[in-house]
Design a protein around this ligand. Structure first.
Ligand code: FNR
Length: 360
């Protein structure tokens, strides 16, 4: 049979939709309630237009950038998403290998179906951050923080938009659960003593602590020397609080529209946050990135780096490590082309010769 070339990220989306079991596809695709915010994450990019400049010698370009001082090959990392083994047999281990090969940042989800030890062993030289939730049982959070710190994770990403799980209609209709052969491996046995599962599907109800508040940032800082990044900020007020609480970065995120339906598209929330933060800490974004020009728009509006959630899963569903590498390569190629056609450059971490002698 002839192989159709994969040309853009939506080709991977179509493949995944066709080949994954319906309940799995629905889980990955889900947004909360009427999915307004999920859909607006994508539509908002289409309302933004670039101002391309001409005759600026774009013969040399450099997509490298830094996050928290570490160089990555281009400003697109992997957002934390649960249950990669539903998309590909060795799940997060493939994600780790692909991101190591491409040299970008992989934020490992708390709800991984491989353990953090397996993930690190699969790609020992990968650059990784760990996404954390705060549990009612603080010991559980403490233990995982110490575990990932010892394993060489470089930052903690505290997700703050899930005091409770959003209402995702198809998951309720499908009674979505992790199949019995898969586990949230990081917590093997931990919750069983308490006879509770995990918050998101097969993940025990009521394990996340909905009472967490800003003071818990100090608690987390007391546990670790790792930089802390808060994921799920959508307003200038909370961005200011994040800076005041001494964290090292924020991810402007609405959880891919899976939590509060009716909140803003992340690209629309970015500007007030960047204006408020004024470069005091790094500002990243996720949600709705599907093309290289989306990446360029986010960087033009002040994001240091963006992260992809669902597109990474589609890549895994297509061909595991190779599929995710292809997704990242296509995004990198598109981003490079958009930068050149717009003659705008927001990258080039070490080599300042890109588009030389041109003010932006
Ligand atoms: C997520 N997201 C998420 N976030 C997090 O902090 N911890 C998690 O375990 C998960 N799990 C998860 C599962 C699935 C299936 C999806 C789609 C998303 C949110 C994720 O990190 C990110 O914010 C969004 O996915 C970004 O939007 P896009 O790129 O999917 O449009």
């Amino acid at each position: 049979c002839t192989k159709m070339p994969m040309v853009c990220l939506t080709d991977f989306e179509e493949y995944a939709k066709e080949h994954l079991p319906k309940a799995t596809w629905d889980y990955y695709a889900a947004g909360a309630d009427e999915c307004c915010t999920r859909d607006d994450n994508l539509l908002a990019y289409k309302r933004i237009r670039l101002r391309p400049r001409m005759l600026r010698d774009v013969s040399v370009s450099d997509t490298r950038t830094t996050v928290l001082g570490t160089e990555i090959s281009f400003p697109v990392g992997i957002a934390p998403t649960a249950f990669h083994c539903l998309a590909w047999p060795d799940g997060e281990m493939s994600t780790a290998r692909a991101t190591e090969a491409v040299n970008t940042c992989y934020i490992t989800s708390t709800y991984s179906t491989c353990s953090v030890e397996e993930i690190v062993a699969a790609a020992p030289n990968g650059y990784r951050w760990f996404q954390l939730y705060v549990y009612r049982n603080r010991k559980v959070s403490e233990q995982i923080v110490h575990r990932v710190e010892a394993l060489g994770y470089k930052a903690l990403v505290l997700t703050v938009d899930v005091p409770y799980t959003g209402k995702r209609r198809n998951d309720i209709r499908n009674q979505f659960r992790l199949p019995p052969h898969l586990k949230v491996k990081n917590f093997d046995g931990v919750f069983e003593q308490e006879n509770s599962g995990l918050e998101e599907y097969g993940v025990p109800p009521n394990t996340l602590d909905p009472s967490i508040s800003w003071k818990d940032i100090y608690w987390l800082q007391s546990l670790t020397r790792l930089p802390i990044i808060i994921k799920g900020i959508l307003t200038k007020e909370d961005a200011e609080l994040a800076v005041e609480h001494g964290v090292q970065g924020i991810i402007v995120s609405n959880h891919g529209g899976r939590q509060l339906d009716g909140g803003p598209a992340t690209i629309d929330a970015l500007l007030e946050i960047v204006d408020t933060v004024q470069g005091r800490i790094e500002v990243y974004l996720d949600g709705g990135i599907r093309t290289g020009s989306d990446v360029l728009k986010a960087l033009a509006l002040g994001a240091k780096c963006v992260f992809i959630g669902r597109p990474a899963i589609w890549g895994l569903a297509y061909k595991g490590e190779e599929g995710l590498r292809e997704v990242l390569q296509i995004l990198n190629d598109e981003f490079r082309l958009s930068m050149a056609l717009a003659a705008r450059c927001y990258t080039g971490s070490t080599d300042k010769s890109i588009y030389p002698n041109q003010s932006q």
